[in-house]
Design a protein around this ligand. Structure first.
Ligand SMILES: *[C@@H]1O[C@H](CO)[C@@H](O)[C@H](O)[C@H]1NC(C)=O
Ligand SMILES: *[C@@H]1O[C@H](CO)[C@@H](O)[C@H](O)[C@H]1NC(C)=O
Ligand SMILES: *[C@@H]1O[C@H](CO)[C@@H](O)[C@H](O)[C@H]1NC(C)=O
Ligand SMILES: *[C@@H]1O[C@H](CO)[C@@H](O)[C@H](O)[C@H]1NC(C)=O
Ligand SMILES: *[C@@H]1O[C@H](CO)[C@@H](O)[C@H](O)[C@H]1NC(C)=O
Length: 178
């Protein structure tokens, strides 16, 4: 079974840096999302601040197993505001779950900071432990790119395709401001 994953949804952000519920995150751009069991995880992307797109590392979850009052959706802020370098600081990446549904992976993306991403944007989030880590290095890792898609199989293989390089990944013509 496979599912398309890249959902560049116009969504959500809060300034709260710790786990909190019952808030409505502010609008954001270029995020990715994945569903694991009954919970949607949304992370990364950009926020328009003083007319500039600023990259975000926010992570939110929404448990959709039960109905809720739309004035107070049960968002949980899982943003890790530590200096852990495994936390993705980018947007327009793709996202998929691990086969045991205990974590999700992100890959690719880009930002406005003129930096290549650690492991070309490859990172893992353990939803039980609530921690980010860098997966082991993989040989022949493709160059980082934005706006790609992924599908995955029940045996744990993820397929990624498409996307757009930036000047850190071989496309000198694409100089994004975010
Ligand atoms: C989602 O909510 C249901 C119902 O309250 C609960 O049983 C379940 O454990 C929640 N899921 C997570 C991942 O917390
Ligand atoms: C949803 O919340 C609003 C604001 O608190 C309240 O006025 C409304 O009655 C609630 N609706 C339901 C169906 O509970
Ligand atoms: C993980 O979630 C998928 C999609 O809901 C499900 O098909 C699969 O059986 C789950 N795997 C485990 C190990 O829970
Ligand atoms: C990134 O590079 C572009 C093009 O050289 C430049 O305009 C921009 O100011 C740089 N941004 C940062 C954050 O260094
Ligand atoms: C996630 O964390 C749990 C709890 O520590 C652990 O049992 C599990 O193996 C971890 N999953 C992955 C994929 O690392």
């Amino acid at each position: 079974m496979s599912k398309p994953t890249f959902l560049a949804i116009v969504a959500l952000l809060a300034t709260v840096a710790h786990v909190a519920t019952g808030f409505t995150p502010a609008p954001q751009y270029g995020q990715a999302a994945v569903v694991i069991h009954d919970t949607i995880f949304v992370c990364g992307g950009f926020r328009l601040i003083n007319s500039q797109y600023v990259v975000m590392s926010n992570l939110y979850s929404l448990n959709v197993s039960q109905p809720w009052n739309s004035t107070n959706p049960p968002w949980v802020d899982l943003t890790d505001s530590t200096t852990n370098t495994a936390i993705p600081l980018s947007g327009f990446y793709t996202m998929w779950p691990s086969t045991d549904n205990e974590s999700f992976y992100v890959w690719g993306g880009g930002n406005h900071l003129n930096q290549t991403l650690p492991q070309n944007g490859f990172a893992q989030y353990n939803v039980t432990k609530r921690t980010w880590s860098l997966p082991s290095t993989i040989a022949n890792m493709p160059q980082q790119r934005r706006l790609l898609s992924a599908s995955w199989t029940s045996s744990g293989v993820a397929y990624m395709w498409g996307g757009r390089g930036d000047r850190f990944s071989g496309n000198s013509l694409f100089i994004s401001s975010f």
